[in-house]
Design a protein around this ligand. Structure first.
Ligand SMILES: [Fe+2]
Length: 346
């Protein structure tokens, strides 16, 4: 068996391939070199979506279609190496969702887990499992798998957030289900902030028993995250590659907040010039504060607030900050670690 490309296929071999092809059989030796590669060969490419370019299109989409008509009014961020597949990385989906004042995005649930990361506006809510959360810029909100969720905007300004879902991963596993809610908006009988009170203070109700792997805390307000990073900055040395970086956790287990998507927030001090880093989890970054650049694949992605960029699997990259920068990021790291596949190098 040969693991290298075959330069020329003899007529005899060609006839053999055609014969077995009719029975849905194919020779491994013609494709082995593309299947089992020495290092990751992802189709995912580095890419930057600038808010200044996106915002007029988001506004335009708000004039073209209502949330009710669209169900979810989202502009999908498609990786240039994965066009037509609604994917920002090989395993993850990301989009920018707009909800205008007085609009409602109706209740539904699906197997895919979702995160919301708020980019613009405040006062819109998401309702998850009977509890409403009012969202502000920088907040990280989880919609666990198979949980009813609807969104509404009673405020008087448009609200935009980045959705991150494990759509391509669930599609690969053929494990998806979806259901619309009986009502447009679910009954919210739990007090707003209930999940934060129960699980957001390094405590938990004594009778609590987990039903699944997703964090029961589903709202991580930005002011708390920001304060933690600032306190770290004052008292610790910055890491040479990632500055000050915190991982969102499930407070009950100490593990990941979501079973399929790892989420992080990091602070780069002003003037930070990060060392080269790479890992096998292609990573999506959203800029909360500050300006800087990501040097990746021979490109310099100059980022500012609300921009989104992607660093593909195993491609070395460096982060630099002209001013103090705060970056949210997410990737499929929990899945890779659960399968003993994850690697990093720096
Ligand atoms: Fe949804």
């Amino acid at each position: 068996m040969s693991a290298v490309p075959q330069p020329k296929i003899s007529a005899e071999r060609q006839a053999f391939y055609q014969k077995i092809d009719r029975a849905n059989v194919t020779p491994l030796w013609e494709v082995l070199h593309t299947l089992v590669t020495p290092t990751p060969q992802t189709p995912c490419k580095p890419c930057l979506w600038k808010w200044a370019e996106m915002w007029p299109w988001i506004e335009e989409s708000g004039r073209l279609i209502t949330t009710r008509e669209a169900e979810r009014r989202v502009l999908v961020l498609e990786n240039p190496g994965l066009r037509g597949r609604s994917s920002i990385t090989h395993s993850l989906y990301a989009g920018l969702q707009l909800i205008l004042p007085d609009e409602v995005a109706p209740a539904h649930r699906h197997s895919q887990s979702a995160l919301r990361f708020i980019l613009q506006g405040s006062g819109a809510y998401t309702a998850v499992d009977g509890e409403k959360v009012t969202m502000s810029v920088g907040d990280f909100v989880i919609t666990p798998s198979w949980t009813f969720h609807d969104h509404g905007n009673p405020s008087n300004e448009p609200m935009v957030w980045m959705d991150g879902l494990d759509v391509p991963l669930v599609e690969l596993l053929d494990a998806q289900f979806m259901e619309k809610g009986a009502r447009e908006t679910q009954r919210t009988d739990r007090t707003e902030g209930d999940n934060l009170a129960q699980f957001g203070n390094t405590m938990k109700p004594v009778e609590y028993r987990a039903k699944n792997r997703t964090s029961p805390l589903f709202w991580y307000p930005y002011d708390r995250t920001r304060e933690a990073l600032e306190t770290l900055r004052r008292g610790h040395e910055a890491h040479a590659c990632w500055g000050y970086k915190l991982q969102y956790t499930n407070p009950v287990t100490g593990g990941w907040a979501m079973p399929t998507i790892g989420t992080f927030m990091q602070l780069l001090p002003q003037g930070f010039k990060g060392k080269e880093y790479r890992s096998t989890d292609s990573t999506v970054y959203a800029v909360v504060e500050g300006r800087g650049r990501c040097l990746v694949g021979g490109e310099s992605l100059a980022f500012g607030p609300k921009d989104v960029f992607v660093c593909p699997s195993w491609l070395p990259y460096r982060l630099e900050a002209d001013e103090k920068v705060v970056l949210f990021s997410f990737s499929d790291r929990p899945v890779q670690q659960a399968l003993d596949l994850w690697r990093e190098a720096f």
